[in-house]
Design a protein around this ligand. Structure first.
Ligand code: SME
Length: 164
C-alpha cells in the first residue's frame, strides 16, 4: 500500500478522468494484508474526496440483513432487510440499481431527507458468494448515469480480493 500525500485537484478533472485516477490510486492503496474494514474505509474516503458525493458507504450481508459498514457522510440506518429499499432490492435482484429520483422508488429507505438520487452496486466475493452492496447517494436528482454504473461496477470488482 502506498499513500500519496500530494493534494489532488479533483475539481479540474472530468468524471471519466476522476474514475481513471481512482482506479490508479486504488491499485496502490488497496492492502490485501489487512481486513476488509480498513480497505473499505479507505475506498469510501477516496471516492468521497474525488466526487464529494452526499453519502457513500457499504452494507454487508450478515445473516438475513444488510448491516452498515464503512461509510462517509451523515449517520445512516444500520440494518436493511432482503428486498427492502434500494439496497435490499439490489441484493434480491443481484444487479446494480440506478435511481434518478428516490421518491419514485417504491419502498425507498430515506436515511436522509437530502438524498435525491442513488446508485447501489452489489458486491460478490471471489468465490461468487454475495458480500453486500456499495451505496452512493446524491443531494441532486438524476446525478448518476451509465458511466457511474460501469465505473463503480469495475471498482467493486476490484474489491473482491479483499472481501472476506
Ligand atoms: N436509501 C437506501 C438506504 C441506505 S441510505 O441511503 C444510506 C435504500 O433505500 O436502501
Amino acid at each position: 500500500m502506498s499513500v500519496n500525500m500530494n493534494p489532488m485537484h479533483w475539481d479540474e478533472l472530468s468524471k471519466a478522468q476522476k474514475y481513471e485516477k481512482i482506479h490508479t490510486q486504488w491499485t496502490g492503496l488497496m492492502d490485501p494484508s489487512v481486513d476488509a474494514v480498513a480497505n473499505l474505509a479507505n475506498a469510501c474516503a477516496l471516492l468521497k474526496e474525488a466526487f464529494g458525493w452526499w453519502w457513500i458507504g457499504f452494507y454487508r450481508k450478515i445473516n438475513d440483513s444488510l448491516v452498515l459498514g464503512p461509510f462517509q457522510g451523515p449517520v445512516a440506518c444500520t440494518t436493511i432487510g432482503y428486498g427492502k429499499g434500494v439496497c435490499g432490492t439490489s441484493w434480491k435482484e443481484s444487479r446494480t440499481l440506478l435511481v434518478e429520483d428516490v421518491e419514485s422508488f417504491p419502498g425507498h429507505i430515506a436515511c436522509s431527507a437530502a438524498s435525491k438520487s442513488e446508485i447501489v452496486v452489489p458486491l460478490w466475493r471471489k468465490d461468487g458468494s454475495f458480500w453486500g452492496v456499495l451505496d452512493v447517494d446524491s443531494e441532486h436528482l438524476a446525478h448518476f448515469d451509465t458511466l457511474d454504473q460501469i465505473e463503480l461496477e469495475k471498482f467493486c470488482r476490484s474489491l473482491e480480493i479483499i472481501l472476506s
